[in-house]
Design a protein around this ligand. Structure first.
Ligand code: DOR
Ligand code: ZN
Length: 406
């Protein structure tokens, strides 16, 4: 039981929350409990993280990535399957879930990769996985990417159309060249054209859109999309500051594009970190990706406090919409019947981000020196887990599913 200033149905109320068996049983002024200082928001959901592990433990592990998520006020992550080796069959999927069950600090879910290895038996793989786990999406589909293991074309996408949410990294490979800094070699058109080609086939979930044009095209359709913090907060101008660290896919865009995304924050469906940790050495040889699962909620909460974005929008994009879109029906809101997942923030406690304070194994951040408001407490299914560092994370089994089974 707790009591405090709760974000409930879009505004704040002073009330208590009764928790029973990890779920919210009652919310009301008459409910008494331990007084919590600060504001109580729904804990965040990040549906796009790369926690590496397997053969890339030097970059990140499920353990370190999820600890970083926890310190960023995130209670549930969806991990991406472009691991080494990739998650493209049921055995490796189950193996990864077993690691998460032992190591994760937050609730954990995993997308399946669609690759040449599984394209001809994809329905069978889906059926076997979904008998045990809630599968949010067939994800991390790189369109005819150079990476042989993940080389899948538009045709394979159409085979699974209409069955699962399919998340696409939309950059047309024929328009992408390699070179450093990569923003000079991966033009906006690569994204815009890939989005158009995909929409000719079906509706998708578009990962981290980075251009105004792509957002404007996708929002007119039944497809969903996400935007990552770095495409809103950073631009090609940060090359001066970031130097060798600057590469990310899709690349940073011009200042005007980032400003447009910030100004139109309310139109974004989902905010995801695309937490893609690489070691400094790997960055120096050009690896694309930024860590971000720990800094996303804190930086955007600071922007909400400053009135640059609306707090209701933030909660919608970081908790409510991802829960709805990916079928996590017990998550995303402080509401009777849902899991008691909260992040508690003291809005007066503004801190400058320092890589050394963060918990990702990669040991750097593109947001060094940015102002942020980190959570004071995080509750997952009713248990305070930030201070206590309780490893409570659970995988999401198929009985949580939103009826998306085949
Ligand atoms: O910059 C990126 N890094 N973009 C992606 O889409 C993948 C990611 C990674 O896995 O490193
Ligand atoms: Zn990604």
């Amino acid at each position: 039981m707790l009591e405090g200033k709760i974000f409930y149905k879009g505004s704040f109320i002073e009330a208590g929350i009764e928790i029973d068996n990890g779920r919210i049983k009652r919310i009301g002024k008459l409910v008494k409990g331990k007084k919590v200082q600060g504001i109580i928001l729904p804990a965040g959901i990040d549906v796009h993280v790369h926690f590496r592990d397997f053969e890339e433990k030097r970059k990140e592990t499920i353990e370190t990535g999820s600890l970083s998520a926890l310190h960023g006020g995130i209670c549930l992550v969806v991990d991406q399957p472009n691991t080494k080796p990739p998650v493209d069959n049921e055995d490796i999927y189950f193996k990864r879930m077993e690691i998460a069950e032992r190591k994760s600090y937050v609730d954990y879910s995993l997308n399946l990769a669609l690759t040449k290895n599984n394209a001809d038996r994809i329905e069978d793989v889906l059926r076997r996985i979904s008998a045990r786990y809630h599968l949010p999406a067939i994800g991390e589909v790189f369109l005819e990417n150079k990476n042989k293991k993940l080389e899948v074309g538009y045709e394979e996408l159409s085979k699974v159309k209409g069955i699962w949410r399919i998340s696409v990294h939309a950059e047309d490979p024929s328009l992408v060249k390699s070179g450093f800094p990569n923003f000079l070699y991966r033009p906006k058109e690569a994204e815009i054209i890939a989005v158009r080609k995909c929409l000719d086939i079906s509706n998708f979930h578009f990962c981290h859109l980075s251009t105004r044009e792509a957002v404007e095209i996708v929002e007119k359709t039944a497809s969903s999309f996400e935007v990552a913090p770095h495409h809103i907060l950073l631009s090609t101008r940060d090359f001066e500051r970031l130097g060798n660290l600057v590469n990310v896919n899709p690349p940073l865009r011009d200042k005007g594009d980032a400003e447009w995304l910030l100004k139109n924050f309310s139109r974004i469906k989902i905010l995801t970190s695309d937490h893609a940790p690489h070691t400094i050495e790997d960055k120096e040889s050009g690896s694309p990706g930024f860590p971000g699962v720990e800094t996303m909620y804190p930086i955007f909460l600071r922007l909400a406090k400053l009135g640059i974005i609306d707090l209701r929008d933030l909660v919608e994009k970081i908790a409510r919409n991802p829960a709805k879109l990916f079928g996590f029906s017990d998550y995303g809101e402080i509401e009777v019947g849902k899991f008691a997942n909260f992040a508690v923030f003291d809005l007066k406690d503004v801190r400058k981000i320092k890589a050394e304070d963060l918990h990702s194994k990669c040991s750097w951040t593109p947001y060094e020196g940015f102002e942020a408001i980190f959570p004071k407490m995080v509750f997952i299914r009713g248990e305070e887990v930030l201070e206590s560092r309780t490893r409570i994370g659970r995988t999401i089994s198929s009985h949580f599913s939103s009826g998306k089974e085949i």
